[in-house]
Design a binder for this molecule. Structure first.
Ligand code: CA2
Length: 158
């Protein structure tokens, strides 16, 4: 059944945000609570749903363990999306492919990390994503995702 016209109009005018999560984040909450806390990826999705509702955003929340799938989804954001939030996980420190795909986008991209990679092992210190991201939020736990959506709200309304 079709939704009422006013509701369709509202949905069509809402900003569409793609939220991408990289490898192993589906296992969050199962190890290293001292680094990542005890929240799961489902908790992050719930947090994002609540924040999106408050900001009138329509979100598309995804996770993949595969670099190519993340690249496909970033390319998908070329059409019909207003912003991207991405936690590329380990691909942050290795992926020129994700760097190149994000570089294609003309919409704001917020890089999020639950931990602060700069305070961890040396191999986590370089991000291939930071130079193509509008902003990076790190070390704020899962609250960083909420902050990323608030940042996009400010950027898209300024
Ligand atoms: O702090 C972050 O959000 C990271 O992107 C998380 C990645 C790590 O490789 C980055 O350096 C920083 C790791 C994601 C996997 O996380 C798990 C944590 C606990 C249990 C299972 C997976």
């Amino acid at each position: 059944m079709q939704q009422p016209k006013a509701q369709r109009k509202k949905i069509n005018s809402m900003k569409r945000i793609l939220i991408l999560n990289g490898p192993n984040l589906n296992m969050l909450g199962q190890r290293e609570p001292e680094i990542y806390g005890t929240h799961t990826l489902d908790d992050i999705e719930t947090l994002c749903d609540q924040k999106a509702k408050a900001l009138d955003f329509k979100i598309d929340f995804r996770q993949s363990n595969h670099e190519g799938e993340l690249v496909d989804w970033i390319q998908m954001a070329l059409k019909g999306y207003d912003g991207v939030v991405i936690n590329p996980a380990a691909y942050t420190h290795t992926s020129v492919a994700i760097h190149d795909a994000l570089k294609l986008l003309k919409i704001p991209v917020i890089e999020v990390h639950i931990s602060d990679p700069a305070k961890r092992e040396a191999f986590r210190h370089h991000s291939y994503v930071a130079s193509v991201a509008t902003q990076t939020i790190a070390g704020k736990g899962i609250a960083g995702y909420g902050e990323a959506l608030e940042t996009l709200n400010k950027l898209l309304n300024s």
